[in-house]
Design a protein around this ligand. Structure first.
Ligand SMILES: [Zn+2]
Length: 229
């Protein structure tokens, strides 16, 4: 008898833990033959491993407008919790052989600067489909915008698809990831998908105004006043 009743619950009732189901199907000659097919629990397990728990545990959508964007470069602007269920929807509809990589700019920066032990394995983020999460770097780094441009240019040249996610906050001059060159790449090669909620758009506008204010403040501080030490 099992000492831990919780363990019994985790055994799949369909296959009783065998992970495969015996099915009878017609073979090539039309004769009924027994086959073993993977149980849904095994398929779920494989997709969980492939997508990672963060994506796999997102809520299930009934449909996603992003499904037909699998071959397109897109720039999704909006809350991560709004984008991730769409990403789950799209990835679940690809075969287990579909090769993709998920990366955030903070990790990419560490790789780029050589601070990541997995630096040598750059192949994982050079897959034909990359989801790049921006907005994870918490400090200004001069290399960041150029490094993102370089990655995107390399991927564009080799016709690899990239999905970029940027959180629901102001995007433009003043953002640590932003540069005119990056914006040019986005304008010319990416479809922008706005997932910002209407109420938060005013916040972005406020933030934009605040950034402008800060710029003005900064420029007034930087004005030569003859009192430089
Ligand atoms: Zn099962």
């Amino acid at each position: 008898m099992n000492a831990n009743p919780k363990e019994e619950i985790t055994v799949c009732p369909k296959c009783k833990g065998l992970k495969h189901l015996l099915v009878v199907k017609a073979d090539l000659f039309g004769d009924p033959t027994e086959f073993y097919e993977p149980c849904t629990c095994l398929i779920n397990e494989k997709y969980t491993q492939k997508l990672g728990l963060k994506i796999y545990n997102q809520k299930n959508l009934k449909n996603s407008k992003l499904l037909d964007k699998l071959q397109a470069n897109i720039f999704v602007h909006g809350p991560e919790e709004k984008f991730l269920p769409h990403l789950k929807y799209v990835l679940l509809r690809q075969s287990l052989e579909f090769s993709f990589s998920v990366m955030d700019d903070s990790r990419y920066l560490r790789i780029y600067l050589g601070d990541d032990p997995e630096l040598k394995d750059i192949s994982s983020w050079q897959k034909s489909f990359l989801v790049l999460f921006l907005g994870h770097v918490g400090y200004k780094n001069k290399a960041l915008p150029g490094m993102i441009c370089e990655l995107l240019n390399v991927r564009l040249l080799s016709a690899k698809t990239t999905w970029i996610h940027y959180p629901e906050r102001f995007w433009g001059k003043g953002c640590i990831e932003f540069s005119d060159e990056l914006q040019e790449i986005l304008t010319n090669h990416f479809i922008t998908i706005d997932m910002c909620s209407a109420s938060k758009k005013s916040t972005s506008q406020e933030q934009l105004e605040r950034t402008d204010c800060n710029d003005q403040l900064l420029s007034s501080f930087n004005k030569p006043n003859g009192k430089n030490p």
